[in-house]
Write a protein that binds this ligand. Structure first.
Ligand SMILES: [Zn+2]
Ligand SMILES: [Zn+2]
Length: 147
C-alpha cells in the first residue's frame, strides 16, 4: 500500500470541495490500508481509541461522503451490514463461507456477459458483480488443527 494512493485520494476530496476532517482522513487511511473490506462497525472499533468522540454514525457519514466522490464502494449483502472497499478499479471477490473474509482478485473483466445480458433482456446494464465462495487459508488451517 503506497502513500501515493492516500495522497491521490486526498486530492480527489479537495477537488470535490469536501472538507478533510481528521476523522475523515483516518477513515480513508484505514480503508486504504485494510485489505479485508471492513464493515462500518469494524472501522469504528479500530479508530475509537484515537477519536473518543467518534460514533458509528460519524463513520457511516464519512463513508457516505467517500462513496459520493467515488473513492469507496459499498458492498451490500442482504441483511448483513455493508462492507466497504476502496479498491475502485474493476476486480472480483472471493468470500470465505466460514469467517466472511473478502479477498480481492483480478481477472479480465467479463464485459461479454454484460453485452449478452443487454441483448437477451433489453436491460441497460450498469455493472455486474461476481463472487466466488469457499474456505480461506486461515479457516482451512483452523479446521486441520481441530482434528
Ligand atoms: Zn475464513
Ligand atoms: Zn474488493
Amino acid at each position: 500500500m503506497s502513500e501515493g494512493k492516500l495522497q491521490r485520494a486526498i486530492e480527489t476530496l479537495k477537488d470535490a470541495g469536501v472538507r478533510i476532517t481528521p476523522q475523515r482522513h483516518a477513515v480513508l487511511d484505514y480503508l486504504l490500508h485494510s485489505m479485508t473490506h471492513p464493515t462500518a462497525d469494524e472501522i469504528y472499533k479500530a479508530l475509537e481509541g484515537k477519536f473518543p468522540n467518534m460514533s458509528v454514525a460519524t463513520v457511516y457519514n464519512n463513508l457516505r461522503v467517500l462513496k459520493e466522490v467515488g473513492l469507496v464502494r459499498e458492498l451490500t449483502y442482504g441483511d448483513a451490514s455493508s462492507r466497504f472497499d476502496c479498491e475502485t478499479t474493476e476486480h472480483y471477490h472471493v468470500i470465505c463461507n466460514e469467517c466472511g473474509k473478502i479477498v480481492d482478485f483480478h481477472y479480465p473483466s467479463l464485459d461479454e456477459v454484460e453485452k449478452l445480458a443487454e441483448q437477451v433482456t433489453g436491460f441497460d446494464v450498469s455493472h455486474h458483480r461476481m463472487e466466488i465462495y469457499g474456505k480461506c487459508e486461515d479457516c482451512q488451517e483452523l479446521a486441520t488443527r481441530k482434528h
